[in-house]
Design a protein around this ligand. Sequence first.
Ligand code: F6R
Length: 612
Amino acid sequence: MCGIVGFVGAEPAAPVLLDGLRHLEYRGYDSAGIAIFSPEHGLDVVKTKGRLQALADLLEGGKQLEGCLGIGHTRWATHGEPNDVNSHPHVSEDGNIAVVHNGIIENYMEIKEFLISKGIHFTSETDTEVVAQLLEYYFGKSGDIMAAVTKVLHRIEGSYALGILCSSNPDQLIAAKKASPLILGYGDGCSLIASDVTALLKYTRDVSYMDDGEVAVLSAGGIQVYNSMMEPISKEHAHIDWDISAAEKGGYEHFMFKEIMEQPAAIRKTVFPRVKEGRVVLDDLSITKEYVQSLKKIDIIACGSSYHVGMVQKYTLEQLTRLPVEVVLASEFRYCDPIVDDKTLVIVISQSGETLDTLEAMKEAKRRGARTLGIVNVVSSSIARESDDVLYTWAGPEIAVATTKAYSTQLALLDLVGLYLADLLGTVKPEDYKSAIDEILLLPSKIENVLADKETIQYYASRYFNHDSVFFIGRNLDYALGMEGSLKLKEISYIHSESYASGELKHGTISLIENGTLVVALATYSPLFDKAMSNVIEVKARGADVLALTTVSHKTSMEKIANGVITIPDTIPMLLPSLGVVPLQLLSYYIALMRGCDIDKPRNLAKSVTVE
Ligand code: F6R
């Protein structure tokens, strides 16, 4: 989703902005641009459709623009097609004000009509241009840019992170935030803004996270933040201590492959410190035994792969806690008049911690009295800050758009949460608790075994990469696992793929199975292995080519029927998806590689989805 950077300091801004935008590329974008202010030339804007390299080429790496104050943007199109004109920055008609924006101005049509009636001409189809033009309109009345910003922020509705330049304020960059992330960076003789800390790390590790309604005025000497009443406030600073190399490829061809390989280490970091002397210890959780015992149900809210983690956890958490678990897509939860109250624990899962639907759904749950627990990867992100409790998945920065290590750490962390709650509720037998802990501690090394066999997956990818439609089938935990396997495949390889509960096939979908259709049959869940076999026989009888995923102990039986078999080590049921997802990630990766796809930045997708 759109990325913003801004810089004011003593050195030329353009190279700094290009470097910052490079670190935001992973978020997904279709065009890029920068605006630089210099006393000699006023505001200069260069923007173009396409990759950042095209912008860098136009600017000769930044040399083409002088000036130590600037804003930059990578755009993920919402209003208006991706082209040069719709790219940001957008400039007011008199050329005095330039704006970059992440989010959506929901009432932009009404404002646009108002401004047109005042004789203002628009050049783009975007919602953002109204911000630049409205700023000009109010600035023209008062000559005071801060007064104009205040008026505009009162008038616009929707979500925004804004970076604003005004030639009449030649030393300052103004930033504002509501519902879209924006981070302030306090550098040595410079100040910065960015959508994501990765874009700041080269210049500073001293940051603060803007809250909704805040406005910041940045100059080379420092940053002043104002609350929504425009009263000056002081912000808490955070120190970023992770290494920038964690967000670089480190010799791997793709971030996605690197992140798949990092999963054992990420799970160790997430899980091991939370298991002490055979017990789950969640020091960072403030819920009490009385509260847990008062619960009537658990809701899980998330989007995409994080939602698929919720689907797995429905089976696991219900099994462990004997509480009903409802998993709801965040975009649906917001508008379904959800039945939640103070007897509902709402678990909110998000890698980025910025997914707008998830954030807003969480706020809705809180409004209705529920307690919220965030399972989040990005420290101090909006969901982390707004949930009642937060448990971090220590996966490190995830750069590939398709999630892998965040998914795995979310699953593992929620396994711990399930055991923790079950222990408080008295719904897990001591021997089951012990064997679950023993197996969780073995999980990273079992994943290493799966990764070591990646050539087998590569072989199956070479056999199947030309298929144009794939079905994932499974029951229970395998059904939930299939959802993630199917999403991974479609998002990075662009192969049409669907996932079905095996038992549902005969209610319609089986009509799509014909000679040569690829069916990935997930049969890791031992209690239902025989039923999984029956479903494999069913689709084979209709001509399907079946690639099965099962555990080592079922390999021989499955080999008798399926066309190909991938195995994972045996483990307890709740951990099967954690092992099973790894070959599915690799399969998608190798298939996408063989099809020549842009693996880390798949078309149309964004890493951090900050619009509805
Ligand atoms: C798929 C993927 C997305 C995200 C979804 C939610 O590989 O990454 O489906 O899972 O956009 O994002 P977060 O977890 O950041 O809220």
